[in-house]
Design a protein around this ligand. Structure first.
Ligand code: NAP
Length: 268
């Protein structure tokens, strides 16, 4: 395995499919992987954005519009990209959506939509390529979870629950797939300056630009890491928080992120 240098080549560069590559982190990661010599397949719903990115990147790209909730549609999109570029060596299940649910706005439909995109979307993305990888006894499956999903916070409960589910799904997959020659990577970023956080007002310590995040992720993927966590101060804070007794953790969070009390005194 080659080490060091600007573009480590831990796995031969081949075909990488990135879901959610029409904006934000997925778009930056598609650019970064292409810059490093990967042939890149782009998947998301906004076709015009995928087409524009494919045109910008040029040779070695293909795109197909799909909704990750729709398994047959996603499978067809992946097959279309594989016909154009070759069998998928690396998939990054990055497509995701946020949810602003709170106790007073716990909308079941919105919750279901978030869980379907963030959890089922990852499962569908993996399912689209895993049989081929198992046949070849080779391949790399990665999913974008979140450091926020490692702890409870007084906000975005459904989003955090969806990311916790993704992390646990990938943990199980890694244990099952590694002996069959398949690398599994869970990506756990901190806050990223993307459309997803537009309009949010909570504190975002150590906010990273998507380009920087994409470089770190590409480095970690090419080193076949099981988990890619960044930035380190957020990862460290989360690791410490997970080891605190629940009562102490809750008291600290209540000080850092106080929940406003409505005038009638009921919970939010
Ligand atoms: N921003 C953060 O602070 C942060 C932190 C940790 C982890 N993450 C994770 O990073 C990933 C990328 O998010 P981002 O921050 O880059 O936000 P973003 O700019 O909003 O990107 C989300 C991407 O997901 C795609 N997408 C959403 N719903 C989809 C669906 N049903 N089917 C197919 N594609 C869908 C969107 O494309 P279309 O709308 O064109 O379909 C878009 O390309 C997400 O999984 C997110 O949870 C974000």
């Amino acid at each position: 395995m080659a080490r060091g240098g600007p573009a480590p080549a831990a796995i031969p560069r081949g075909v990488a499919i990135v879901t959610g590559s029409s904006s934000g982190l997925g778009q930056a990661l598609a650019r970064e992987l292409h810059r490093r010599g990967w042939r890149v397949g782009l998947v998301a719903r906004r076709a015009e954005r995928l087409e524009a990115l494919a045109t910008e990147l040029g040779e070695g790209t293909a795109w197909a519009a799909a909704d990750v909730r729709d398994a047959p549609g996603l499978f067809a999109a992946v097959r279309k990209i594989e016909r154009a570029l070759g069998a998928c060596d690396l998939i990054v299940a990055n497509a995701g959506t946020s949810s602003s649910s709170s106790l007073t706005r716990l909308d079941p439909e919105e919750a279901a939509r978030t869980l379907r995109v963030n959890v089922e979307g990852v499962v569908h993305s993996v399912a689209a390529v895993l049989p081929g990888m198992l046949e070849r006894n080779a391949g790399h499956v990665a999913a974008v979870s979140s450091l926020a999903g490692e702890v409870g916070l007084p906000m975005a409960a459904i989003y955090l629950a969806s990311k916790a589910a993704v992390t646990r799904f990938m943990d199980c997959l890694r244990l099952q797939a590694r002996p069959r020659g398949i690398v599994v990577t869970t990506i756990l970023p901190g806050f990223l300056a993307t459309d997803m956080l537009d309009g949010t007002r909570f504190p975002k310590p150590f906010l990273l630009q998507p380009d920087e995040a994409a470089r770190r992720i590409a480095d970690g993927l090419e080193r076949r890491k099981a988990r890619i966590l960044f930035p380190w101060p957020t990862a460290l804070a989360v690791a410490v928080a997970r080891r605190l007794p629940t009562g102490l953790y809750d008291r600290i969070i209540r000080l850092l992120l106080p929940v406003p009390r409505p005038k009638n005194g009921s919970a939010t």
